[in-house]
Design a protein around this ligand. Structure first.
Ligand code: UDP
Ligand code: MG
Length: 331
């Protein structure tokens, strides 16, 4: 039996591009000749995205499921909400803006058929703003050195996870997370393949600089405590150097006598150290804030509506009934 597929797509205000996404995605999946479901997760869109998704559900109820979240919770939590609904053996994530060509899904499936339980992707020729590519390179390098996570291109969301990994991800209750990294921590046989990347032609990126910084802090704090250790290490080194300075100055005081020059040097050193200190407090704050969010144990997302075809019972006549369930909080 061929493995079945679940495709999970988070959507936040993508009304303009959805139709072309459907036009390209469904034929690709039909051609693979496997049982599949596409799970669209509306992440609190304020445009017509939900209406467009409803239209697509009406057209293809057999292969389409729509999760409508009550409010915007961010791309990664939206994907988590989608994962909770998946039934396929392989779960593939994809961006809605067609920056990840659906035509590449076949490659991921092929890699998984060959035994990979986690398929990462590297964007061959990334089409994003220059500053984002530069920042990504920097973050990729920092992450490589501070975590056990070996992914070349953390930002590419076109990825494949097998059922066991998705079940493991579903058992996690973390609030600030980064799905590709989380999946990687459960992988036994991860592989990476190259995929094409396209420019966003419809709509604009949903990541402001602020949201990108937050996301990268999620990744750092969620998978490593090295940033904290860097500050304790820096503290030790600065304290040792200062001790040497104190001893030297004490000797100088005895030999040369009292002096009061170098006031501005002192200022410069003091300001530098205050800067380091503030940064350290900030890093601690990033961890503490996330711990605070986590311990409150509020629901991570609320599902406003779930559009899916009612599963037919074994001896039932398969009726094309659809169910719109309104269920409560998730995870
Ligand atoms: N997205 C989402 N919730 C958000 C932000 C983004 O579901 O809060 C979705 C968005 O609709 C898209 C995907 O996540 O399908 C990637 O977003 P985007 O293309 O804006 O990111 P970029 O390609 O600029 O990194
Ligand atoms: Mg994009």
């Amino acid at each position: 039996m061929n493995a079945t597929l679940s495709v999970v797509i988070p959507i936040f205000n993508e009304e303009g591009g959805l139709q072309s996404l459907f036009d390209r995605l469904y034929p690709v999946l039909d051609q693979l000749g496997r049982k599949y479901e596409v799970i669209f997760v509306d992440d609190g869109s304020s445009d017509r995205s939900v209406a467009v998704l409803r239209g697509q559900f009406a057209k293809r109820p057999d292969t389409t499921r729509v999760v409508v979240l009550a409010r915007n919770v961010g791309q990664h939590m939206a994907i988590m909400a989608g994962f909770a609904q998946t039934r396929g053996d392989y779960v593939i994530t994809l961006d809605a803006d067609l920056q990840n060509p659906p035509e590449e899904i076949g490659k991921i499936v092929a890699a998984m058929d060959e035994g990979a339980d986690y398929v990462g992707t590297v964007r061959k020729d990334r089409h994003d703003a220059y500053w984002r590519k530069a920042a990504s390179r920097l973050m990729n390098r920092f992450r490589e050195q501070t975590t056990q996570i070996r992914i070349t291109d953390q930002g590419c969301m076109l990825r494949g996870y097998d059922r066991e990994i998705v079940d493991a991800i579903n058992s996690c209750v973390e609030i600030s997370t980064f799905v590709p990294a989380l999946g990687y921590t459960f992988a036994r046989n991860p592989v990476e393949i190259e995929v094409v990347h396209a420019e966003r032609t419809v709509g604009t990126s949903k990541y402001s600089l602020y949201r990108l910084i937050r996301l990268n802090f999620d990744l750092m704090t969620g998978f490593s405590v090295v940033p904290l250790q860097l500050f304790s290490m820096a503290g030790v080194i600065i304290a040792l150097l200062s001790l040497v300075g104190v001893v030297l100055l004490a000797i100088r005081r005895l030999v040369v006598g009292p002096e009061a020059e170098g006031l501005f040097t002192l200022f410069a050193i003091a300001f530098f150290l205050i800067g380091v200190l503030l940064m350290g407090v900030g890093v601690v704050g990033e961890y503490v804030g996330r711990i605070y969010e986590q311990v409150r144990q509020r629901p991570r997302y609320t599902i406003a509506a779930l559009l899916e075809q009612e599963e037919s019972q074994p001896h039932d006549v398969p009726a094309p009934r659809t169910a719109e369930r309104t269920s409560g909080a998730g995870g």
